[in-house]
Design a protein around this ligand. Structure first.
Ligand code: SAH
Ligand code: SF4
Length: 345
């Protein structure tokens, strides 16, 4: 919806309604800081302005269908949204005592079709708009008093962010806006499967937003089996792009490695990863696979996950293995998928 205000900056709101800059800010604050989408409740706006808004604009584009709590860990909430064209997306909020993390989707489905991923299996419909991306966070934080503690944001939901580059970047700017959620760049992480052009463009952004690269295997045969895109951008091409990114920005990247039983969890796999990290400044985030019915992959037993991590750490690689609750954000993220059946019922 072109008249949706959630994806406009304060200046854009002011310009499209012919308002003074401070009025653009007021409306932006209602939507992003107070998470109020009902113009009637925007009590410091004049009646006239509220009527004009109601006539020609909407504050939001998403319809919240359902929020469900995770059966496995309290503090985890998954939201299902319906878009104006009937498509659906999901996002997740994970909270524990120390921090909260929100996992956002950037596309409906994903055309990359990684063989272990629920989103890839569901096919690809379309890109999300910046408003549709930001609103996932606004809805999930609707009843939260954040105070000083803003959440972490990870772009690890449905879709490949670098195949929807401009909308992802616009959404990040909205999330960082000090009149909105005001989330610090360092608390935002974009995860890419390895879209080279996106990595190049991202290195030119003048900010401290973090980059994660989904590696999952450090030899081409295994990586191609998991990620068909590896045929187009094999490891040497991908790693050259990551190296160039690190050199240009001086920022560290994180490699994500979804641990799959018998696929990428051996001592040899760990050694190949160690060899890669010797040539690229990166830390490693190990994510035990969250099984998706019908895809034929399983997580390794815990001891094997720990042995993999220990091999990395003993070789001087910074590696984390998130278990139990902490692991949930990654695992829950990786499991997002479209829920036609549930919606229809
Ligand atoms: N398309 C991007 C971002 C979304 S996926 C990417 O691939 O990086 C975010 C992360 O979740 C990726 O590292 C992905 O490999 C991982 N993932 C996907 N499905 C998963 C699952 N079922 N269990 C654990 N991790 C999964
Ligand atoms: Fe797409 Fe990422 Fe899933 Fe691969 S892992 S299909 S790139 S969402």
């Amino acid at each position: 919806m072109s008249n949706s205000l959630s994806q406009m900056t304060p200046a854009e709101i002011a310009a499209s309604l012919n308002l003074k800059p401070f009025q653009g800010k007021q409306i932006f604050r209602w939507i992003h800081q107070k998470r109020v989408f009902d113009f009637d409740r925007m009590s410091d706006l004049s009646k006239d302005l509220r009527a004009r808004l109601a006539e020609g604009f909407s504050a939001n584009q998403l319809e919240l269908v359902r929020v469900s709590a995770s059966p496995r860990s309290e503090g985890t909430r998954k939201a299902l949204f319906r878009l104006a064209d009937g498509e659906t997306v999901e996002s997740v909020l994970i909270q524990d005592r120390e921090r909260s993390t929100i996992c956002l989707s950037t596309q409906v489905g994903c055309a990359v079709k990684c063989s272990f991923c629920a989103t890839g299996m569901s096919g690809y419909s379309r890109n999300l708009t910046p408003g549709e991306i930001v609103e996932q966070a606004l809805y999930l934080l609707r009843d939260e008093e954040m105070g000083e503690r803003t959440p972490n944001i990870v772009f690890m939901g449905m879709g490949e962010p670098f195949r929807n580059y401009d909308a992802t970047v616009a959404a990040i700017h909205l999330l960082m806006n000090p009149d909105g959620l005001g989330i610090g760049a360092r608390k935002i992480t974009v995860s890419t499967v390895g879209e080279i052009k996106g990595i190049e463009r991202f290195s030119q952004e003048d900010w401290q937003v973090r980059l994660s690269v989904s590696l999952h295997a450090a030899n081409d045969a295994t990586r191609t089996k998991l990620i068909p895109l590896n045929k187009k951008y094999p490891l040497d091409v991908l790693l050259a792009a990551v190296r160039a990114y690190v050199e240009r920005t001086g920022r560290q990247v994180t490699f994500e490695w979804t641990l799959l039983d018998g696929v990428n969890d051996s001592r040899k796999d760990a050694q190949e990863l160690i060899d890669v990290v010797r040539t690229v400044k990166a830390s490693v985030n190990l994510i035990p696979y969250n099984p998706v019915a019908g895809l034929g992959f399983n997580p390794p037993p815990l001891e094997r996950c720990e042995a993999f991590r220990d091999a990395l750490v003993n070789a001087g690689v910074t590696a984390t293995l998130r278990k139990e609750r902490g692991q949930d954000i990654d695992a829950a993220c990786g499991q997002l998928r479209r829920q036609h059946v549930e919606l229809a019922s």
